[in-house]
Design a protein around this ligand. Structure first.
Ligand SMILES: C[S@@+](CC[C@H](N)C(=O)[O-])C[C@H]1O[C@@H](n2cnc3c(N)ncnc32)[C@H](O)[C@@H]1O
Length: 283
């Protein structure tokens, strides 16, 4: 099993390009499948690819081999020594990914970006500022990819209550607020969808799709008046909901909410208790 997994990694196109790079790069074994999945559609295309964090140079060569000669490979680095990679035909910008002015200027100079890969300093502040500043500059259909997002669970990268993963999951809430019944000012219009992999968060930019008005539709087919059983399978909750709606006037009385919660626990059906215990595992 382990052996076949290792072989799969070695057969991946990004892993081969990584191995062929003449300069040092260190990447986790699980990253290559993610790169191949995300980036294969861009191979051989005339794209603008930016990587943040390129000092060692190894990944610049890896991406050049992976995407092919049509791709414009751009590196962003805080350490000015990275300028040396310009001699190899790469465009290099020196500055900090947590500086919004630097990022704005970068975007102005490079134009629309097809893929932004953030492999820089991995602090939450750097990751969030980079995402916020560069999302508007990702081309329609492009990707903003943040790597090493496991730092959200580690010490030393910022306050965990403001971690990058918390930022990304807040954005999940805002994406769902585009739904017709929930639609609100806080809904997300820049990002169509987000993909989560081990150590990666991928923001898919599709402004056309996010601007479609969310509304129920009907295909006009013959209606057999089929009974929807969804409520039949959720009776304990439905009963609770009905009771609490009929008593909603009482909620204004101080302490009544807590009393209602207590009553809820006392009157809960055994099957409901079993179900909520099972769900507890997910929270
Ligand atoms: C993990 S290494 C990059 C490795 C490279 N991408 C690879 O795969 O071989 C991180 C790089 O990010 C750079 N870096 C750290 N903080 C940065 C910042 N605020 N802005 C830009 N680059 C930064 C570091 O100097 C370092 O070279």
């Amino acid at each position: 099993m382990v052996r076949s997994k290792a072989n799969a990694m070695m057969n991946s196109k990004s892993y081969q390009a990584y191995q062929n790079s003449p300069y040092k790069s260190k990447k986790h074994s699980t990253y290559f499948d993610v790169y191949d999945t995300l980036f294969t559609p861009y191979i051989g295309k005339d794209i603008t690819f930016i990587e943040i964090g390129v000092l060692g140079g190894g990944s610049l060569f890896m991406w050049r081999e992976f995407f092919g000669p049509q791709a414009r490979i751009i590196g962003v680095e805080l350490n000015p020594e990275a300028k040396r990679w310009e001699q190899e035909g790469f465009e290099i910008f020196i500055g900090s990914q947590s500086d919004p002015d630097f990022l704005e200027n970068l975007a102005k100079q490079v134009g629309e970006i097809d893929i932004l890969l953030d492999d820089g300093g991995h602090t939450y502040e750097q990751q969030i500022i980079t995402t916020e500043c560069l999302l508007p500059h990702i081309r329609e259909g492009g990707l903003l990819v943040v790597e090493d997002t496991h730092t959200s669970y580690m010490e030393g990268f910022g306050f965990k209550s403001r971690s990058f993963i918390k930022y990304a999951t807040n954005m999940v809430d805002r994406i769902n607020k585009r739904f017709s019944k929930l639609v609100s000012e806080a809904s997300e219009k820049r990002v169509w969808g987000i993909r989560f992999y081990e150590s990666f968060v991928v923001f898919e930019v599709n402004r056309k799709a996010t601007s479609v008005a969310s509304a129920p539709t009907d295909n006009g087919g013959k209606d057999l008046d089929a009974k929807d059983f969804r409520h039949a399978d959720n009776q304990a909750y439905e009963q609770f909901l009905n009771k609490s709606q009929s008593m909603s006037a009482l909620k204004a009385i101080p302490g009544m909410r807590a009393l209602a919660r207590l009553a809820r626990h006392l009157i809960a059906l055994p099957s409901d208790i079993k179900r909520s215990k099972r769900l507890k595992e997910y929270f």
